[in-house]
Design a protein around this ligand. Sequence first.
Ligand code: DLZ
Length: 156
Amino acid sequence: MSTKKRSNIDLDSLMIAKEKKFAIVHSEWNIEIVNRLLNGAFEFFSSIGLEKDKISICSVPGSFELIYGCKKMCYENKYDAIIAIGSVIRGETKHFDFICNSVFNGIKDLNLTSECPVIACILTDNNIEQSLERSGGNLGNKGYDCAAAAAKMTLI
Ligand code: DLZ
């Protein structure tokens, strides 16, 4: 499960972000996938010299609650960037569309209204096989990529 191959991430330029403060808010739904995304994020942070015990972690029940969790973290004014990690899998329910739209809109609103960048690391897949591919499978690890995006946003 290599997450090392990344197309356009310039690690050298992101090393300075190890001085910044990061928080991760993750959901408990589809926890197997979420843990893989978390590991990808920790792998990125470790590669710039920031170990996982320096990162604040908050868990919420489902992806819908990521909005509130991130809002709370934003308004603590303690972090330079926050990453929302979740996995929504289509299944048989209309919840998929409601949850996906709400979460991305909620996170978009936070980016417009608070000073803290919030990165959306939420997989939205038709089935678990697709989620596995994007969380450390053949399509890389979105957790790693989103942690790199968070680091980049602290330097803007
Ligand atoms: C209800 C629900 C469903 C059907 N599917 C998912 C999912 O695939 N991924 C996820 O993170 N959460 C799911 N949830 C839970 C909602 O996000 C939320 O926790 C509940 O609707 C309670 O607000």
